[in-house]
Design a protein around this ligand. Sequence first.
Ligand code: GDP
Length: 453
Amino acid sequence: MSKSTIAAIATPLGDGGIGIIRISGDNAIAVGDKVFKSLSGKRLADLPGYSCLFGNTVNGTELIDQTVATVFRAPKSYTGEDVVELSVHGGRLILKKLLRAVCEQGAALAEAGEFSKRAFMNGKIDLTQAESIMGLISANSDSEFKMASGALRGRVSDEIEGIKDALVNLAAHIAVFADYPDEDLPELDPENFQKILNDIIAKLEKILASYDVGRVLREGISAAIVGKPNVGKSTLMNLLSGTARSIVTDVAGTTRDVIEETVTVGEITLRLADTAGIHSTDDTVEKVGVDLAKARIESSELVLAVFDQSASLDNEDLKLLDNIKNKKAIVILNKNDIGEQIDKNVFGDMPLVLISAKTGDGYEALASAIAKITSVAQLNPDAAVLGSERQRDCAKRALDASRFALDTMKQGISIDAVGVCLDDAVAALLELTGKRVTNEVSDEVFRHFCVGK
Ligand code: GDP
């Protein structure tokens, strides 16, 4: 990577108390001194790291703004290079004028994610930490925040490093044994070997499972509210979204379209569709809605199946039950406020929630049921949770290779073959943390960052 000096606006472009231009690279301090004049007459070049001066920024004879200039000296900075941060008032024009001045003095405009990429290249952070920065900035819930901040503090890296070290140990043992078969080396204890490998496999399985749950927290889950007409689907939808968004009516079959809405229930975002009721119909327009509802059950990750508990179940309800029996589904017994007619035994061991969509009673129970069925309730956000599809892919490759090593060992095929599998697993984990990674992969990671990060 070139050691050119780069600059960018590091704060969001908008009106704000403070806006920051960040400059990083060998000439950062020299460039800073060309645009910043301190009131005391001191120069940035004379400052030690972690110190600042107050003064003005200028472009030639034009005064830009009052400024606090902070100096960080390599390697003790975010990027590991010399860094100057110029803090001015947070106005678009001020920041653009200052950025232009900085670039006219020799800094190049930073590309998206280039500061973080330099931090990675200079060994300040690994790839899991770099990826966690994006997660931390976009965190919407407490759990998301904990997962990302744990990863930024190295929790994922530490867990992966531990697994990798165990694999390296096994691989080293095998390499010695395979390379010097005639030496009088201690016998490989297959039982112990398999125990360690099983332990590694269990850890990889656990971290992979946590990714899926973490993904639900980060990206939400597609969900469908289904049920026959008039059971209260639209009312429930409105309760969840907090607005009178869907058409609520007493006339059966009037919610005909699939209406998309994103709602947050507890910590989980549901990408919801309020659908037409599933029931037999001759009405062509309505039939389109019913077909959409069935398709939506198929394509949704979670089904909220609504029943009116003030009336007994009929054939349409039973047909719906049949349609969702293989899905991840929660049975919602609505109209809790006006009595109970339903025989709950028909729902078997499906999770049941009693609510009144009209009064909001039972909302908390529904939120808990959703957290439970998506495993979010069981997630420990303080544990190591993989933060990207790229990390998941690497961990999966390490798991597959470890399982293959175990099978190969059990079948007694060849000790060399076991070694090759273990090497593959190690390589996948080194890629995960970024210790051994191609430029293409790291470029891809930082491409998703925004400029200034
Ligand atoms: P949908 O056809 O399934 O979307 O049903 P709607 O949401 O349009 O509701 C049908 C009727 O049931 C409306 O009159 C609602 O006010 C009423 N309703 C919905 N939920 C409840 C509830 O929890 N309690 C009571 N008492 N009425 C409800």
